[in-house]
Write a protein that binds this ligand. Structure first.
Ligand SMILES: Nc1ncnc2c1ncn2[C@@H]1O[C@H](COP(=O)(O)OP(=O)(O)O)[C@@H](O)[C@H]1O
Ligand SMILES: [Mg+2]
Length: 508
């Protein structure tokens, strides 16, 4: 990087309120030329709001913005672009039906109206692709492009407008590890050219890898700005969450009783294409035990969870819960609690209120409805209790679930699913996309479930959390159990080998 101390951007005392929320509370930061500034904070901390202010999408209630030392008023994105600011949103703003090239030139004036400058634009776009190693096909429609390429397109679009300050809002959450590397290369090139990048994330490892300085925000205000060199994950986690975060294995009382709760015998099931995804699968989980399922994504994890909760038919084999055939008890919330991977599609009704989401399984009987009439007082009372018990951060139970952060949406699902104290909890990629504090909260909840005697199936592709949480770990590979190890003292490389399909070799 060629950091000179010249400040490209300074935001000073930015305050932005939404009804009931102080999203940005006198935030100040600066970003130098040629620098990657990390903007680190948990979901809901106010990162996107601050950048929307910079991009002219929100007007701040107070505060000032300086570009190259000059105070500016940014009343629209058009003005932001004119000032050299580019923004790649967390949720892309591309027009799906248009091609990559059309998206890039959309909104730009033509040099010979009414004709579009398609040919020269295409040449320029291809040159940018080449320069930054972000390859897209100009004539492909956006809806046909994988999300990684859509991300490239958003970046190229900003570069086409010659952005001097590029904001990337949680860019890596849609990228594979290899694409992540590609992105980092492009970022390094940008800063070598003297451009500035504001890199928003809640992932500590990548912020430590790519940034020069890090500004941490929590609950709408700046906690501090530190140079990346010398910063540690532990210190940053503490700043971000406001308390120390345990990154090691969770201590737990030993469980002595060995009552089997979930018993799966010779279960076979197909994936959506009808190809076998679980093959002669056997598993027993006891009361008071967390069994972790490790494995690379797509090795039968989804089918496993779906089979147990009845969302997918097994082709053969049996599944019993406390000695009862699963098909008979699946609708009984005191048997199975299910925290799915996709909380926004499977877990929640985003348009319904939090209070309604919390009773979705019981809405048709007392106390929540009587003779076909919903009892809103009871529903609200129930919501207030769960919001308190599960520490769900929401203005009230009466807001739509879509307005909550990802972590708090997940808490709604967890509260609903576990409130009836089921004998079996199934968590399937339950922490995917959540920030540290929310991940820890899910972990703590599952551990206390175990301690009260529930059997817990914990499926995750993040090996670290499987190892820190599980009493026992099985490794799935192509629908089969490749191996099994104790959680305590489990060895990463042994499990890593099994994830690649190599059974553990017994060394004599
Ligand atoms: N358009 C909006 N209307 C009302 N509240 C909002 C709006 N945008 C964000 N918020 C609230 O402001 C806070 C900060 O959100 P956001 O800036 O998206 O956080 P982050 O990007 O750090 O996850 C959250 O409490 C969020 O619910
Ligand atoms: Mg955000």
């Amino acid at each position: 990087m060629v950091i000179n101390d010249e400040v490209a951007l300074r935001m000073e005392g930015i305050t932005k309120r939404f009804p009931g929320v102080l999203a940005n509370d006198r935030i100040s930061l600066d970003c130098r030329k040629g620098e990657v500034l990390g903007l680190l904070g948990e979901n809901g901390a106010g990162k996107t709001t601050l950048m929307n202010v910079l991009y002219g999408l929100h007007q701040p209630d107070s505060g000032q913005i300086f570009i190259n030392g000059q105070e500016v008023k940014i009343e629209s994105p058009a003005k932001a672009i004119q000032l050299g600011i580019g923004m790649v949103h967390q949720h892309f703003k591309l027009v799906e039906a248009l091609t990559a090239l059309e998206n890039v030139i959309l909104g730009l004036p033509s040099t010979r109206p009414p004709f579009l400058d398609l040919a020269p634009a295409r040449t320029r776009l291809l040159k940018l692709c080449e320069e930054y190693g972000l390859i897209v096909d100009p004539s492909t429609q956006v809806w046909r492009m994988p999300v990684g390429q859509q991300q490239w397109l958003e970046i190229l679009k900003a570069l086409y407008r010659d952005a001097k300050i590029l904001v990337l809002d949680e860019p890596s959450s849609v990228l594979t590890p290899a694409e992540g590397e590609q992105l980092f290369k492009a970022i390094r090139k940008l800063t070598q050219e003297g451009r500035s990048v504001i890199f928003i994330s809640h992932k500590l490892n990548e912020v430590l890898e790519i940034t020069d300085r890090i500004t941490v925000i929590r609950d709408g205000h700046v906690v501090g700005t530190v140079p990346t060199k010398g910063a540690t994950q532990r210190e940053l986690a503490r700043m971000m969450v406001g308390r120390p975060i345990m990154m090691d294995r969770k201590p737990r009382p030993a469980m002595t009783e060995k009552e089997p709760v979930l018993v799966m015998e010779n279960v076979n099931a197909n994936d959506d294409r009808g190809i076998p995804a679980l093959k002669n699968f056997n598993l027993t989980i006891h009361a008071g035990e967390i069994v972790g399922v490790a494995g690379v994504d797509g090795n039968g994890q989804r089918e496993l969870a779906e089979c147990i909760v009845g969302l997918r038919k097994r082709t053969s084999g049996s599944i019993h819960i406390q000695g009862k055939l699963v098909d008979r008890v699946i609708d009984d919330p005191s048997f199975v609690g299910y925290i799915p991977e996709d909380r926004q599609k499977t877990g929640l009704f985003l348009d319904l209120r939090v209070s309604e989401n919390l009773i979705i399984k019981d809405f048709d009987h007392p106390p929540f409805s009587k003779r076909g009439v919903l009892q809103y007082n009871e529903i609200r009372k129930h919501a207030r209790k769960l919001i308190r018990d599960y520490n769900i951060r929401t203005p009230s139970g009466e807001v739509q679930a879509r307005h909550l952060s990802g972590g708090n949406q997940q808490k709604v699902v967890v509260a609903r699913e576990l409130n009836a104290k089921p004998v079996l909890d199934i968590a399937s990629q339950a922490t995917r996309g959540l920030d540290l504090g929310a991940v820890e909260s899910v972990h703590d909840t599952l551990l206390s479930e175990r301690n009260r005697g529930a059997a817990v199936l914990f499926i995750s592709t993040e090996l670290q959390e499987v190892m820190s949480l599980s009493d026992r770990i099985i490794v799935l590979f192509r629908g089969e159990v490749m191996g099994e190890v104790e959680g305590e003292g489990a060895d990463v490389s042994t499990i890593g080998q099994m994830m690649l399909g190599r059974a553990s070799e017994v060394v004599a």
